[in-house]
Design a protein around this ligand. Structure first.
Ligand SMILES: *Cc1c(COP(=O)(O)O)cnc(C)c1O
Length: 300
């Protein structure tokens, strides 16, 4: 089996990616009982690592998972995975699963929580060479799991709504999907948040979504550029008639959505506000306020 090259940390050891395996009895595998986070390294620098680690630790606490290492040790492990992987541009994931219960009991409190970290090559939802073309998405009738059931602010692997939505989208000739909520407002897509721009104002859903770090970056950059941002419900019809729509994710940054259900958004290409945000987003990757060198972490 071929898998992306990289380095993982598991049960106290650093191992090649191909050797990073979990028990089939791990609750993370059996019940999607886990939380995770994904940070990235660009040209040897972690981007907003503190924000990712904060979110990961908050997610773990919210679902009664205990991190077996402290914050400083976690950061050191992540940096070590990157250095050992040899990747300058990396996708860096940290996972905390409920783990295995030694007696296979039904009580989650018996399970021994397990931390897994890994660094593999940076991955794109939309590759830079396809950026002008943008993403073509379908808006599925499938509803996002409601926040009353699974808190979407805890980054999680409850993805069957997204995966079924993707099949729905592929069947309709689109490349990805956005799910709606019970009231017909947009929520998010498989691993990305959504924004719509109308007459110079940006809007993004404020409810029922993961509070993405790239979402936060887009909002802060917009504020710095003097572009107003509203966090509120985003009705499906509003997105269809927007001037620009874009997605945000650690896996690719800020990405134009140029088609919704086969119809062009605005002029059908990357809009001017999306363009300004993309440029500023990548510029900030060398800004010490937003990034830290991987080797600085290991040898301060
Ligand atoms: C990870 C993720 C996002 C994007 O968050 P970033 O921190 O920007 O990568 C959005 N929605 C869901 C469901 C996600 O899992």
């Amino acid at each position: 089996m071929s898998i992306p090259p990289g380095t993982a940390y598991m049960d106290g050891d650093f191992v090649p990616m191909a050797e990073a395996k979990i028990s089939v009895l791990d609750w993370g595998f059996l019940h999607s009982d886990a939380t995770y986070d994904v940070a990235h390294v660009w040209r040897g620098r972690f981007f907003r690592l503190d924000a990712h680690v904060d979110r990961f630790m908050a997610s773990a606490a919210r679902i009664h998972l205990l991190l077996p290492v402290d914050r400083a040790e976690l950061i050191r492990i992540l940096a070590e995975c990157v250095v050992r992987s040899g990747h300058d541009d990396a996708y860096v994931e940290m996972i905390l699963t409920r783990g295995v219960s030694p007696t296979f009991s039904r009580d989650p409190r018996d399970a021994v929580n397990r931390l897994i970290c890994f660094a593999i090559p940076f991955g794109w939802i939309l590759r830079p060479e396809d950026r002008d073309k943008g993403l073509s998405v379908a808006i599925s009738e499938i509803q996002r799991i409601p926040p009353e059931s699974v808190d979407p602010r805890v980054k999680n692997y409850h993805w069957l709504d997204f995966v079924m939505g993707l099949y729905d989208a592929y069947g309709r000739g689109a490349g990805s999907v956005i799910l709606q909520d019970a009231s017909g407002s947009l929520t998010e897509g498989p691993g990305f948040n959504v924004f719509a721009v109308k007459t110079g104002t940006i809007a993004t859903p404020d409810h029922g979504v993961l509070e993405g770090i790239t979402r936060r970056s887009a909002i802060e950059i917009a504020a710095d550029l003097g572009i107003p941002v509203e966090k509120r419900a985003l009705p499906v019809e509003e997105a269809r008639t927007a001037d620009e729509v874009f997605a945000t994710s650690t896996a690719g940054g800020i990405m134009p959505i140029t088609r919704i259900d086969g119809v062009s958004v605005g002029k059908g290409k990357t809009g001017p506000i999306t363009r300004r945000l993309i440029d500023a987003y990548w510029d900030r990757h060398s800004d010490p306020a937003w990034s830290v060198g991987v080797r600085e972490i290991l040898a301060p």
